[in-house]
Design a protein around this ligand. Structure first.
Ligand code: HEM
Length: 189
């Protein structure tokens, strides 16, 4: 079994929970879409910064073209809302954990593509125009290239536990943010 297959098998239940949490946002509506972006920002800003402090560029040399913090920040500005306080992490990640977190962030683009099409059909022009994050385009062939590097790194079975732990960490952060900003709940700072 490749590390990608292991990650998919282990992460399936968490992905379903994340999907369900974000499924509660009515993305055509400006208030829900704004809350959705704030939730993603809270998770993404912290996780991307954490990856950078942990040396992700050593593992993914084209990281600068993959990061989406700026795109998401621009969307929030476009909608005139403040960026949320990102999750703060005390320590850095080891190599295996970096792969696990990066897998979740890169994998999230698959869902983003579907959501981008849906949000693009909003009757609210302000919503339609704030899609830099969901519509972010990575370098050509970024996903297969990522999977190749991931599987190559996963050739070292000693990294597997950390890779799985990184995946759990990233999904858990997204899940918590998705629930925190969910429509019908009072958003926390
Ligand atoms: C409403 C929100 C979401 C929808 C509709 C969605 C949808 C999808 C879809 C259609 C796939 C492809 C499944 C396949 O080809 O087998 C996928 C895979 C994936 N998604 Fe999501 N997703 C959502 C949110 C997220 C979020 C927030 C994250 C990360 C925080 C995430 C991480 C992943 C990962 C890691 C994969 C697996 C990639 C792989 O190895 O094939 N998804 N998602």
């Amino acid at each position: 079994m490749s590390i990608r297959e292991m990650l998919r098998a282990e992460g399936g239940a968490l992905h379903a929970q994340v999907d369900a949490a974000f499924g509660r946002y009515a993305l055509h509506s400006r208030s829900d879409y704004t809350a959705f972006l704030q939730a993603h920002a809270q998770a993404l800003f912290g996780l991307e910064a954490l990856l950078e402090r942990s040396g992700i560029e050593r593992l993914l040399p084209d990281w600068a073209e993959r990061r989406r913090t700026q795109a998401l920040g621009a969307d929030l500005q476009c909608l005139q809302v403040a960026a949320p306080q990102p999750e703060v992490f005390e320590r850095t990640l080891d190599e295996g954990e970096c792969w696990g977190v990066a897998y979740v962030l890169e994998g999230s683009r698959l869902g983003s593509r579907l959501l981008d099409r849906h949000v693009g059909e909003s009757p609210d022009e302000g919503v339609r125009e704030a899609r830099a994050y969901l519509g972010h385009v990575p370098p050509k062939g970024a996903w297969p290239a990522f999977l190749e590097r991931l599987d190559h790194a996963g050739g070292d079975a000693a990294l597997h536990p950390a890779m799985l732990a990184g995946q759990r960490l990233a999904f858990t952060i997204f899940l918590a943010a998705g629930r925190r900003y969910a429509p019908g709940t009072a958003p926390l700072p």
